[in-house]
Design a protein around this ligand. Sequence first.
Ligand code: HEC
Length: 143
Amino acid sequence: MKAFPLLTVALAVLAAVAQAADQRQFVQLPQMMRDHMMHNMRDHLLALQTITRQLADGEYDAAADTAEQRLGMSAMQRHGAAHMAPYMPGGMRAAGTAMHRAASRFAVAARDASVDGEPSKAFGALSDVMAACVACHSAYRVH
Ligand code: HEC
C-alpha cells in the first residue's frame, strides 16, 4: 500500500536528478559530420596524452609540433572547421576557436621551454587548452 507512492516519489526524484545532471544544449548535426567530429575528439584526447608524455620526457619541440598539428590553428583548417561552423551555436563555435587558439599558444610556450628548459608556462598553457575542452563539454552535446 505504501510502496506505490514511495516509488512514485523516488522516480520523480530520479527524473529531477537526471535533468539537473544534464543541462547541456543538444546540437543536431548531420550524422556524417557528427561521426567526423567524434573521430576528431578521440584524436584530441590522444594528442593530449602524447603531449603530456612528450613534456614529461623533456621533448618540448615535439610537444609543440603535436599541439600545433593536431589541436592548433593548423588542425582547425584541416579538420574542416569552416564546414562545420554553420551547424554550431555561437557559443560552441567560440569554444572550438578558443581551443585551437589555446593549442597554438601552448605550442609557442613549449618552444620557449625548449630554449630555457623551464616548462611551467607550457603546463599553464596546456591547462588553458584543457579548459576549452571542459567548457564545451559542459555546455553542449550532439547525442
Ligand atoms: C567546441 C566544442 C568542443 C571542444 C572544444 C571539445 N570537444 Fe570533445 N566533444 C564535444 C561534444 C559535443 C562531444 C559529444 C558529447 C555528447 O554528445 O554527449 C565531445 C566528445 C568528446 C569525446 C568522446 C568521443 C567519442 O568517441 O565518444 C572525447 C574523447 C573528447 N570529446 C575529447 C575532447 C578533448 C580532449 C578536447 C580538448 C582538447 C575536446 N574534446 C574539445 C565538443 C567539444
